[in-house]
Write a protein that binds this ligand. Structure first.
Ligand SMILES: NC(=O)c1ccc[n+]([C@@H]2O[C@H](COP(=O)([O-])OP(=O)(O)OC[C@H]3O[C@@H](n4cnc5c(N)ncnc54)[C@H](O)[C@@H]3O)[C@@H](O)[C@H]2O)c1
Length: 339
């Protein structure tokens, strides 16, 4: 049961807002204006209200959250008492000390949270993203850490070569996290452009970078690789055809490499996130038929995680505590995969 006596802030969970005698009607009013019932918010009830700004990708501006906080508190914004996610990341000092780890997709969402965690735990992080601006912004947020930024496209061989060169003679870890969504289209509606882009980034990009990194790890006789699959790598009803194929492919990439290189000291695993509150862009015009077919199943997602929760799973597999794990596909999804 949420604490309804504390003042509502942007850090209060959506569940707390919904249960609050003043906050509840405000949120329901906002929802009904957009034509949705509060059941749509059930999977995100454990997330702070603030997270809606990131997740809505501009549809819900910061001013809406600021206004809600003012309205819920008689026009006076209360002091923010901290983000109430119910779970707080715990840093293990020195867990990655002396290690170099490459993280792709590091300018946003799961990649950023993973790069941040490794940097704060003493690792040297080679951060890669196609967005140079957001990558610089990330680097500024961890200014005291050892962070190399490399703006590049993981589908381009020249950029892959630059990433490996920037990492240097030793690469202890690689987290392939960069990825994009599709347009939820079923197979017969999937355009060549959508297929090529989604398979190119999600699958071929991870393949190319891993191919370049493995010889460095083999020379050292050690190395840990974590690929980012998805619930869509485990089932057929989580996304469109191209994304589902790409993430099933990521699982094949993982298991084959784990088998091939295990005897030489490498570990290759995958994490399969469920719903995660990031800014991952949705297609401008999603397939109507695909969306209609998927929506009832997406509504059953038990909970939406923060990016930091995924970073916890990914860094566990990357770290020495993953010592006995090779070829695993770890669902990090709040239990979605067992439904
Ligand atoms: N958010 C979710 O609900 C969810 C669920 C399951 C799996 N995933 C997977 O997790 C990974 C991270 O997703 P996220 O939600 O953090 O998304 P995000 O959009 O917040 O972050 C992805 C990052 O990858 C970068 N990127 C895209 N194409 C690139 C390229 N060609 N080269 C280099 N960088 C590139 C983007 O600029 C972005 O910064 C993806 O592989 C995604 O498929 C996400």
């Amino acid at each position: 049961m949420a604490d309804t006596s504390a003042p509502l802030t942007a850090g209060s969970t959506i569940g707390t807002w919904l249960e609050h005698p003043v906050g509840g009607p405000l949120i329901r009013g906002l929802l009904s204006a957009s034509g949705v019932g509060d059941d749509a918010l059930a999977p995100v009830s454990g997330l702070p209200l603030q997270q809606l700004v990131v997740m809505s990708q501009g549809q819900m501006p910061q001013s809406v959250v600021d206004d809600l906080v003012l309205q819920a508190n008689g026009g006076v914004a209360p002091e923010e008492t901290g983000v109430a996610t119910g779970w707080v990341e715990k840093i293990t000092p020195g867990r990655f000390a002396g290690q170099t780890v490459i993280v792709t997709g590091a300018a946003s969402g799961i990649g950023r949270a993973t790069a941040t965690r490794i940097a704060r735990e003493g690792g040297r992080v080679v951060t890669v993203d196609i967005s140079a601006d957001r990558l610089q912004e990330f680097a500024a947020s961890v200014a005291d850490a050892e962070v190399v930024t490399l703006a590049g496209d993981i589908t381009k061989q020249d950029d892959i070569d630059a990433i490996v060169a920037a990492a240097g003679a030793r690469i202890d870890g690689l987290a392939n996290i960069a990825g994009i969504n599709d347009d939820f289209s079923p197979l017969h509606e999937t355009s060549d452009a959508m297929w090529d882009r989604v398979i190119g980034i999600n699958l071929t990009g991870s393949f190319k970078l891993t191919r370049a990194v493995i010889p460095v790890m083999l020379a050292a006789g050690t190395g840990s690789i974590v690929n980012t699959a998805s619930e869509a790598g485990l089932r057929g009803n989580a996304s469109g055809n191209a994304y589902t194929v790409s993430k099933h492919g990521v699982i094949g990439l993982t298991r084959s490499a784990a088998f091939m290189y295990g005897p030489q000291g490498l570990r290759v695993n995958a994490v399969a996130p469920g719903g995660v509150a990031t800014g991952i862009p949705m297609a401008a015009s999603p397939s109507e038929s695909g969306s209609a077919r998927l929506t009832p199943f997406q509504r059953t997602i038990p909970s939406i995680a923060t990016a930091e929760k995924l970073a916890a799973s990914i860094t566990f597999l990357l770290s020495d505590d993953g010592v006995n794990i090779n070829g695993a596909v770890l669902p990090s999804d709040g239990g979605w995969s067992v439904q």
